[in-house]
Design a protein around this ligand. Structure first.
Ligand SMILES: *[C@@H]1O[C@H](CO)[C@@H](O)[C@H](O)[C@H]1NC(C)=O
Ligand SMILES: *[C@@H]1O[C@H](CO)[C@@H](O)[C@H](O)[C@H]1NC(C)=O
Ligand SMILES: *[C@@H]1O[C@H](CO)[C@@H](O)[C@H](O)[C@H]1NC(C)=O
Ligand SMILES: *[C@@H]1O[C@H](CO)[C@@H](O)[C@H](O)[C@H]1NC(C)=O
Ligand SMILES: *[C@@H]1O[C@H](CO)[C@@H](O)[C@H](O)[C@H]1NC(C)=O
Length: 201
């Protein structure tokens, strides 16, 4: 009986923690022109804690990744130009994200499916977080991005706090390894193409 109660309490713990006000802090800040301007430029994907098994599997393949954001303040989009190292090879990809300013979210269409992520910026620590499905504990996840590959300890601290506030464990985090980056060299070949896209037709 006692054991049963303990087990029930243990199984409730992640739920309770998720209702802690800190979890609410992960979402819900509106995106402004200032946010979008601040997001412009180069970012490094540091790591993520993902419950969705498909996303998690995808993330585990990523050895290193950096990308450029180019916002358009008029049509509320972000051009995303990614340089991802997977299986020791560099893959370049360019896509558009939609910005839902009031909701504080970014979204991306993949085929007919729209993936939504809540944006949380840490301007002071020069990094930001994306939260996926924060209302669904079987699928939720968090990713961390920073303006340099060696993350500031304060930024990492914020990320760990957020991961724990969602009832996830540090051991659920998959980190990238900048030493494995294969793209920096290759980017020079893409550079003219990237510039062209930024300037538009
Ligand atoms: C939530 O965020 C606000 C502003 O960033 C901060 O003042 C507050 O302490 C945070 N609350 C928690 C529980 O972390
Ligand atoms: C954001 O920037 C765009 C483009 O410069 C401008 O048209 C718009 O009025 C700005 N919005 C606010 C709230 O300042
Ligand atoms: C931003 O979006 C508007 C509306 O779609 C478009 O007319 C404009 O050319 C875009 N600006 C840039 C710099 O791509
Ligand atoms: C590039 O992005 C498209 C659309 O998101 C995706 O279908 C494709 O698999 C991506 N390619 C690589 C190499 O990541
Ligand atoms: C903002 O979020 C609400 C509630 O999830 C949703 O109904 C609405 O469509 C969202 N707005 C935008 C612009 O995506």
């Amino acid at each position: 009986m006692v054991l049963h109660v303990v087990l029930v309490i243990l199984s409730l713990l992640p739920l309770l923690e998720a209702q802690n006000p800190e979890a609410a802090n992960i979402t819900g800040t509106a995106i402004t022109n200032d946010t979008l301007i601040w997001l412009s430029g180069k970012w490094f994907y540091i790591g993520s804690a993902l419950r969705n098994p498909d996303f998690k599997q995808e993330a585990q393949k990523i050895q290193a990744e950096y990308f450029y954001f180019t916002p358009n303040l008029t049509d509320d989009t972000l051009l995303l130009q990614e340089y991802q190292t997977t299986e020791d090879q560099c893959f370049f990809n360019s896509s558009k994200l939609e910005v839902q300013r009031e909701n504080g979210t970014l979204s991306k269409f993949e085929g007919a499916e729209e993936h939504v992520a809540h944006l949380k910026v840490f301007m002071k620590h020069r990094g930001f977080m994306l939260a996926f499905d924060p209302e669904d504990k079987n699928n939720w996840g968090l990713s961390l991005y920073a303006n340099k590959p060696d993350t500031a300890p304060e930024l990492l601290e914020e990320f760990l706090k957020a991961v724990k506030s969602l009832g996830m464990d540090e051991s659920e985090i998959t980190y990238t390894d900048w030493k494995k980056d294969m793209c920096s060299q290759q980017e020079k070949q893409h550079e003219p193409e990237r510039k062209k896209t930024e300037e538009g037709p």
